[in-house]
Design a protein around this ligand. Structure first.
Ligand code: PNS
Length: 167
């Protein structure tokens, strides 16, 4: 029997416990999930793509069925086709996420008709956890240890120190 493979793309800047929750749910459905670290042209990332890759690898290292890859250039839909993914997993937290997700999923389907976007809701305790707000709180010295893995916390502390030294 062929294995079912899904991709879970995002900027993951940084990878949060909310992302991990969605990933665990995806693993209950698919045999294999590839986390794809990509750039979003609308966002300026705090972490480099290689830093995001290494933090996500560290957070997910104990899970079987998960791999982490970087999409350096090109379309996600082409990547999905290349790896034979049947689904694109996206986490949705609130109704306001939906318009953008709807647009992306229909575009990806237009580009690669064999792929279906699957929306998964994280545990309700993560509905307000977004990378953007975690970054803001952490860079201003707030405690975000409930929302990210210790290795991500450490990387955020380093970024804050670098930032403060430059000031
Ligand atoms: O976590 P994000 O920022 O919401 O993820 C958005 C992401 C990275 C999945 C999206 O920007 C993307 O797919 N980028 C890769 C390039 C691409 O295919 N863009 C067209 C999307 S329809």
């Amino acid at each position: 029997m062929s294995k079912s493979r899904a991709i879970y793309p995002g900027t993951f800047d940084p990878f949060t416990n909310g992302h991990l929750d969605v990933l665990e749910r995806a693993l209950n459905i698919f045999d294999e999930v590839i986390v794809v670290i990509a750039e979003n042209s609308q966002k300026r990332a705090l972490f480099t793509i290689e830093e995001r890759n290494s933090m996500t690898k560290e957070v997910t290292k104990l899970y079987s069925g998960i791999s982490v890859e970087v999409l350096h250039h090109g379309l996600l839909a082409d990547y999905a086709r290349q790896v034979g993914a049947r689904a694109i997993v996206r986490g949705v937290r609130q109704v306001k996420d939906f318009e953008y997700e709807f647009q992306m999923s229909l575009l990806n389907r237009q580009l690669y008709p064999d792929v279906t976007t699957v929306f998964l809701m994280p545990n309700v305790k993560y509905t307000y956890v977004a990378s953007s707000i975690i970054k803001e709180v952490a860079m201003l010295g707030g405690d975000v240890s409930n929302f990210v893995h210790p290795c991500v916390l450490e990387m955020m502390h380093k970024k804050r120190e670098e930032y403060n030294q430059k000031k």
